[in-house]
Design a protein around this ligand. Structure first.
Ligand SMILES: NC(=O)c1ccc[n+]([C@@H]2O[C@H](COP(=O)([O-])OP(=O)(O)OC[C@H]3O[C@@H](n4cnc5c(N)ncnc54)[C@H](OP(=O)(O)O)[C@@H]3O)[C@@H](O)[C@H]2O)c1
Length: 342
């Protein structure tokens, strides 16, 4: 460690634990949740690596997390940010194979919004040279989730429903679905995004604000018979979508973009139509999926980014020092990721 810097700039969390609120992945001012700090650079322990950051992405989960609304407690004073890419510049015992490699990583403990990150070697994926740093910074959370969830849909039928389809994850799932010969039914908020999402791979596009949306969905559902609803919105209209799906349909909630809490209106469907409501969390998928199967998914993800079938749309670029003053405004832009660089 002697030739490594002793201190680093980091964007740290100002709060501990859970907040008990459910206000969604939006912020008025990042300074309510984050502050700048100079922290010591830690040495990697057993099975860990030290990464020099190239780029980090901002996901809704990062915003849920800093607000204390995610499935893990915050640690006050610890850098924020779950995902990024960078160069492994030091390794602990057992992680030597990653020394010197450019990797995509998920931060476990010390966050990605810092000049240096310590994480587990298991949370790192060496990147092919033909993948850009920006694609590398968003290579795990959304792409792996897209692969895992479209696989759930593929096993259940020829069509599936995806809400918030203009999200990065929604676009990845529409294009993957089309490539697998499936018919994605996309639910979007912005009518002007309909052509874009059709081009991305959606077979049908419905705008959630349309007065006839539920009736139109019911007709499409009767025709295409989608058996899986991949839902990141989870509001009352989503419950109505689920109610208009056929026998055996599964409502897979994987995000909570809406702050509205839906009521269940058709309990009989769970009994008589074998319908199911469930959740999906990538962390759980990683813990329960065999390493060789995960490696197959990783290889396919990188191949799709390398040949251009998938890409990371970028809405705004911030340096680490810009995050606290400018993140809230940067997140207001639709259709793309905020990318943070050192
Ligand atoms: N469970 C897991 O393991 C897992 C893994 C990855 C991601 N996720 C979840 O997947 C979702 C999408 O992630 P992402 O990174 O792809 O997001 P993103 O690119 O940041 O896009 C989110 C988009 O959703 C739309 N949206 C926001 N609030 C909405 C609302 N209340 N109702 C309907 N649409 C809304 C907006 O698009 P418009 O402005 O165009 O409407 C927004 O741009 C998030 O909920 C995230 O937490 C879950």
């Amino acid at each position: 460690m002697s030739d490594l810097p002793s201190s680093m700039f980091a964007v740290i969390q100002s709060h501990d634990g859970y907040s008990g609120t459910a206000t969604g992945p939006v912020i008025a001012d990042a300074a309510d949740w984050l502050e700048n700090a100079t922290l010591p650079v830690s040495a990697p322990g057993a099975g860990q690596v030290l990464i020099k950051l190239r780029a980090a992405s901002v996901n809704p989960s990062d915003i849920h997390f800093i607000k204390g609304e995610y499935g893990q407690p915050r640690v006050k004073g610890s850098p924020a940010g779950f995902e990024g890419c960078g160069d492994v510049i030091a390794t602990g015992p057992g992680a030597e194979a990653l020394q010197g490699l450019r990797v995509a990583f998920v931060a476990a403990g010390s966050g990605a919004w810092a000049e240096y990150v310590v994480t587990q070697a298991q949370m790192c994926i060496p990147l092919r040279p033909d993948i850009s740093d920006e694609d590398g910074a968003a290579q795990i959370v959304n792409p792996m989730t897209a692969m895992a969830m479209v696989d759930i849909a593929r096993k259940a039928g020829d069509s599936f429903v995806v809400s918030a389809a203009t999200s990065q994850l929604g676009k990845l799932m529409c294009s993957l679905g089309r490539d697998l010969g499936l018919k994605p039914i996309a639910l979007i908020r912005r009518a002007e995004a309909a052509d874009m999402i059709r081009d991305a791979g959606a077979a049908e596009v419905l705008v959630t604000g349309d007065a006839e949306m539920t009736e139109r969905f019911a007709a499409i559902s009767a025709d295409l018979k989608p058996r899986v609803f991949l839902d990141a919105v989870a509001d009352q209209q989503c419950e109505q979508v689920f109610c208009n799906m056929p026998n055996g349909a599964r409502w897979v909630c994987y995000g909570k973009l809406s702050t509205e809490l839906p009521k269940l209106t058709q309990m009989g469907q769970l009994i008589f139509m074998n319908k199911r409501i469930e959740g999906f969390w990538l962390t759980q998928w990683m813990m329960s999926t065999a390493p060789e199967d995960q490696m197959g998914v990783v290889a396919e993800v990188q191949a799709r980014f390398a040949d251009g079938r998938w890409k990371t749309d970028v809405s705004e670029r911030l340096t680490l020092t810009d995050v606290v003053p400018n993140l809230a405004d940067a997140l207001k832009k639709s259709d793309g990721k905020v990318i943070i660089t050192p």
